[in-house]
Design a protein around this ligand. Structure first.
Ligand SMILES: NC(=O)c1ccc[n+]([C@@H]2O[C@H](COP(=O)([O-])OP(=O)(O)OC[C@H]3O[C@@H](n4cnc5c(N)ncnc54)[C@H](O)[C@@H]3O)[C@@H](O)[C@H]2O)c1
Length: 243
């Protein structure tokens, strides 16, 4: 399959692109280059023409771009919403117009507030985050829902929890260190190993059935969230470090 990864040069992109490239022909659209030696198109997902160019010849698209993390400044808040919401819409619009029928949207369990303080039975629990990042991820998911309804695309939304390099698991590595996450009651929460995450993306590239939402978590310790839906539908469950 030929796959465009929008925003494939960030933390998550660099965790998974090398593994995706073992199975598919990968092109990355991102202002900055990816670590892996894959085709790179320098450009913004807020630029429709760049998206249209990036989608030429593709079979599927993964949206993994993320806007500014500087949510407390007005400029950062605006970029967060632009990339996490508007660029999702433009990506799916460009995919629709290019005849690319399938997308995987990288979302986050941050669509829920108080994530570490409660158990969530399954993906049907309504997202309720109101912080700038969680809100933008909620809205990004709604954009996917609308694209499926309007244009008949299939979109798999993957709600990630704490992706991390294999060598750091079960700690989380996003902030440059190695952070062991804890639930509100002090129970450790395992991060999601890059190899498990890549397997989830590979499965999500194959499965096509309208709009589907999956919790993707490598945690086997606190068990706050269930990956039963991904196991049943995608045939995915975390296996690292067993392999
Ligand atoms: N990091 C985590 O722990 C974590 C957890 C759960 C979900 N996620 C999700 O993973 C995805 C990627 O997050 P990340 O941690 O890799 O973020 P990141 O900031 O490390 O990387 C984001 C990438 O998007 C690119 N980008 C920014 N604006 C762009 C634009 N206009 N067009 C194209 N590319 C653009 C950046 O250059 C960067 O390469 C996001 O959807 C995020 O919500 C991340």
């Amino acid at each position: 399959m030929r796959v465009l990864v929008v925003g494939g040069s960030g933390y998550v992109g660099n965790l998974v692109v090398p593994r995706l490239a073992e199975h598919h022909l990968v092109r990355v659209l991102d202002p900055r280059p990816p670590d892996a030696a894959v085709e790179h198109l320098a450009g913004s997902a807020l630029d429709y023409d760049a998206l249209a160019a990036g989608l030429v010849g593709m079979d599927a698209v993964i949206h993994a771009a993320m806007g500014s993390h500087d949510w407390d400044t007005p400029a950062g808040a605006a970029d967060n919403l632009s990339v996490n919401v508007t660029s999702v819409h433009l990506t799916l619009l460009a995919a629709h117009r290019a005849g690319v029928p399938h997308a995987v949207h990288v979302s986050s369990m941050s669509v829920y507030q108080d994530l570490m303080e409660r158990r969530l039975s399954d993906e049907s629990v309504p997202p309720d985050a109101t912080d700038p990042y969680g809100l933008s991820k909620r809205l990004g998911e709604e954009v996917c829902r609308a694209a499926v309804a309007q244009w008949g695309l299939s979109v798999n939304i993957l709600r990630l929890t704490w992706p991390t390099p294999d060598e750091l698991w079960p700690a989380w590595g996003a902030l440059g260190g190695s952070e062991r996450l804890l639930a509100a009651d002090g129970t450790p929460v395992d991060a999601t190993a890059a190899s498990d995450l890549a397997q989830a993306l590979l499965a999500a590239l194959e499965h096509r059935d309208g709009l589907q939402v999956f919790t993707i978590s490598g945690d086997r310790s606190a068990k706050l969230w269930s990956v039963e839906r991904a196991r049943r539908t995608l045939g995915w469950e975390p296996t690292f470090p067993r392999g």
